[in-house]
Ligand binder design. Structure first.
Ligand code: ATP
Ligand code: MG
Length: 404
């Protein structure tokens, strides 16, 4: 029986309590415990349990195993899907990404396979008591990000943890503990061996977060940037990345960071490969950089029609944020120039007053010449050389009859 519309918390709680009634141990685990201690509402609640997958399936009909993840089941209740994972321990790692073997284990062993102390906590779903095998509660209170166990070993097991450290420290404003910092610096270049896909996912999460500048600064100051972007290490002010408004597309955010790193419009192909950007992200990156360059060098010499069509891009606000940092006067004058057009009906790139059907109805023959006339009359519309739709049509028909 499933209850409609439970909160993520209540759904996970009811699953955990059901597991307990059946005689198993069941806790909230990982990120949701950390978030609650930090006073943040968790987006989802994961359950860790002593129940084996077959026992989970027996209790929750429809529970499904998660692809390649050992012992992780998805249980649906009250319209919420909850991850329910059997306590496990990881065997030795030889490929720096996945343990060679995994076995079911105690709660304490499960806590010790996790990456950072703040991520290694459990909570009793009934009493709210925190179960802490790794010193995570003290680190949350002191706002410290610390590897569980030997930082060198934990990084050697999975090098992506270096980038996760930067992401979590930025996201929760945590100080990375000195030995963890030293280990990351020592292993930074080995991040290059991690799959491009996993690196790209972490970098997206870093730049899309409101505390992106802190995250990006850590990526650079820890020396992870060279492996992340497949280019030489550099650090510096991230004024452009800081200026981009929250909620802008990943490609625009990356454009800001790329320019902060001193590139001048190059590098997009390399970043696309290094971060496995989607076609959309990659084209946003390129378009934003192109717009910035055009605003700085091309805007002045462009006719009104070209300015309007170029500035109609959804990436213009992001490009303006970047130009605002590099050449504030220029950003202001472009904003002022475009404001009346943007505010007018139809905006910067309004619908055409004249289309092919209008010209055919007026007796002109379709073909390349007609295409050129349509372009020309649309430009005249954008330039304000024709005052309204009837005038535009009359002008287009006249050009058509004159064969010009
Ligand atoms: P988020 O809110 O970003 O999902 P999270 O802490 O839930 O934060 P996940 O990546 O979803 O992060 O992982 C869930 C938990 O699994 C983590 O809290 C951590 O305990 C453990 N974990 C995840 N990835 C790793 C890793 N690469 N190495 C060790 N432990 C990991
Ligand atoms: Mg999570």
């Amino acid at each position: 029986m499933s209850h409609a519309h439970l909160s993520p918390h209540d759904a996970a709680r009811s699953i955990a309590l059901r597991l307990r009634e059946a005689g198993h141990i069941a806790y909230f685990a990982g990120g949701c415990v950390r978030d609650q201690l930090l006073g943040i509402e968790p987006a989802d609640f994961d359950v860790a349990t002593s129940a084996k997958p077959a026992e989970i399936t027996a209790l929750f009909k429809g529970a499904k195993g998660v692809g390649e993840s050992f012992g992780v089941m998805l249980v649906r209740t009250g319209g919420v899907v909850v991850e329910v994972a059997t306590f496990r321990a990881d065997g030795p790692y030889t490929d720096s990404r996945r343990p060679d073997s995994v076995r079911f284990a105690t709660p304490e062993e499960d806590a010790h396979r996790r990456d950072f102390t703040v991520n290694g906590l459990f909570m009793d779903p009934a009493s709210g008591e925190v179960i802490d095998f790794v010193g995570g509660r003290a680190d949350v209170a002191a706002r410290v990000l610390r590897a569980i166990g030997s930082p060198h070993e934990r990084i050697r097991e999975d090098r992506l943890r270096m980038l996760r450290a930067a992401r979590f420290a930025a996201r929760f404003a945590l100080e990375i503990e000195p030995q963890t910092v030293d280990a990351i610096r020592a292993h930074a270049s080995e991040l290059a061996g991690v799959s491009r896909e996993r690196i790209g996912i972490e970098i997206r999460k870093i730049v899309e977060h409101p505390r992106r500048v802190h995250g990006a600064e850590l990526v650079e100051s820890l020396g992870l940037d060279a492996a992340v972007f497949a280019e030489p290490h550099t650090t510096g002010q991230l004024a452009r990345l800081s200026a981009i408004e929250h909620g802008r597309p990943v490609g625009a955010l990356l454009a800001a960071w790329l320019r902060d790193r001193g590139e001048r419009g190059g590098g997009t192909g390399r970043w696309t490969e290094a971060l496995m950007l989607s076609n959309r992200e990659s084209s946003d990156l390129e378009t934003t950089l192109g717009l910035v360059a055009w605003m700085l060098d091309g805007f002045d010499g462009s006719p009104i029609a070209d300015r309007r069509l170029t500035l109609a891009s959804p990436l213009t606000p992001s490009a303006l944020d970047i130009v605002e940092v590099e050449a504030p006067e220029r950003a202001r004058s472009i904003s002022e120039w475009m404001a009346p057009y943007a505010a007018a009906p139809g905006g910067l790139a309004p619908a055409r007053w004249v289309n092919g059907g209008d010209l055919i109805a007026a007796g002109l023959r379709p073909g390349p010449a007609m295409g050129a006339i349509l372009d020309r009359v649309y430009r005249a519309q954008l330039e304000g050389q024709v005052g309204d739709a009837p005038a535009a049509l009359a002008q287009a028909v006249e050009w058509g009859r004159n064969g010009s």
